[in-house]
Design a protein around this ligand. Structure first.
Ligand code: F6P
Length: 356
């Protein structure tokens, strides 16, 4: 048996742990040859692959990034080097030439959508859900999320002590694209005073009111804002940020925007921190190493059983799998019931304020 493996989209803590788990499971249990595909789908388009030995995948469990490399714009249905040409037929030809029985693809929603289309063209493919954003449907968790939350929580802990010393408003911007999972979890774990999510539009006036109320009591304020958060009027913030960047996913800048809006409304000094890619780099947490290892073993077992066209998943603490079709082109944002703590303490529907 010959199985290819690739990592698509942005990097994420735990990718190497999955690569190791998939490869070792297949080598030990099926005596399989494992072929590493370089830089995600770019390796399939540009014919860059290499055979992985047992030694190649040893000692990488705790290492950040991906030993295979990745490319977040590589898409066989729209190849950026040829003006967005569809080169999926060439990719299928190369897949046949490589004589692969299947490919295991680690990636986020974009990767899963590409996997689904390639599966429909006849490629045997198994997906593994990766992203710090935790926004893939049909799985309760993606690997990488726990690490990002832990890094963002540590950042809030540190902002608590410096914010307290200077009685300042400290605004931390987390990643997460259109989903507020990282901001919600880190905000609760770090005891943020205000948590702003894309799923719960906020008003700057409400944030200012909380800041003033806390300042009156000689207290500082920690705001944890997701990069995709928006005001109730919404589009104003989003529009300005889209004008800065043609790609609305890479908006960034909400923390600095909020600082400028708040300035004339409050007396307190305000400082901002945009955590950015620090949330994605470095070693995965123990939780993510375990999840990644389990996902990898599950993916290998699906390949061994020839159950293709599926993505591995964690549902209600159980490892399972779901058809790629059910995952493609969908995003899992924070549902209302997961905002329980915000709803319980909220001072208004437009603002999530645990106030603890
Ligand atoms: O999807 C993961 C993620 O880190 C998002 O949270 C963020 O919006 C985006 O990727 C950043 O992408 P890039 O690394 O291309 O700047």
């Amino acid at each position: 048996m010959r199985v290819g493996i690739l990592t698509g989209g942005g990097d994420c803590p735990g990718l190497n742990a999955v690569i190791r788990s998939v490869a070792k499971s297949l080598m030990l249990q099926c005596d399989a040859e494992v072929i590493g595909i370089e830089e995600g789908f770019l390796g399939l388009i540009e014919r860059r692959t290499r055979e992985l030995s047992y030694k190649d995948v040893s000692g990488i469990l705790a290492r950040g990034g991906t030993v295979l490399g990745t490319h977040n714009k590589a898409n066989p249905f729209s190849y950026f080097e040829r003006d967005g040409e569809d080169v999926s037929d060439e990719v299928m030809e190369y897949y046949e030439e490589l004589d692969l029985d299947a490919i295991v693809a680690l990636g986020g929603d974009g990767t899963m959508s590409i996997c689904h289309r390639l599966q429909e063209m006849g490629m045997n493919i198994v997906g593994v859900p990766k992203t710090i954003d935790n926004d893939i449907v049909a799985t309760d968790r993606t690997f990488g999320f726990d690490t990002a939350v832990s890094i963002a929580t540590d950042a809030i802990d540190r902002l608590q002590t410096t914010g307290q010393s200077h009685k300042r408003v400290m605004i931390l911007e987390t990643m997460g694209r259109y989903a507020g999972w990282i901001a919600l979890h880190a905000g609760i774990a770090g005891g943020a005073d205000v948590i702003l999510l894309p799923e719960l539009p906020f008003s700057v006036e409400e944030v200012a009111r909380v800041v003033k109320e806390r300042a009156d009591r000689q207290r500082f304020t920690i705001v944890c804002v997701a990069e995709g958060a928006k005001t109730a009027e919404g589009d104003m913030v989003v529009k300005e940020r889209i004008e800065e960047s043609p790609d609305p996913i890479r908006l960034g800048g909400i923390a600095n925007w909020l600082k400028e809006e708040l300035k004339p409304m409050v007396d307190s000094e305000i400082r901002t921190v945009v955590l950015g890619h620090i949330q994605r780099g470095g070693s995965p947490t123990a939780f993510d190493r375990i999840l990644a290892t389990n996902f990898g073993a599950m993916a290998a077992s699906l390949v061994a059983k020839e159950q293709y066209g599926r993505m591995v998943a964690l549902r209600d603490q159980h490892l399972t799998s779901v058809e790629l079709e059910k995952v493609a082109n969908k995003t899992r944002t924070v549902p209302e019931d997961a905002m329980g703590i915000l709803a319980a303490f909220s001072v208004g529907t437009s603002l999530g304020v645990p106030g603890m």
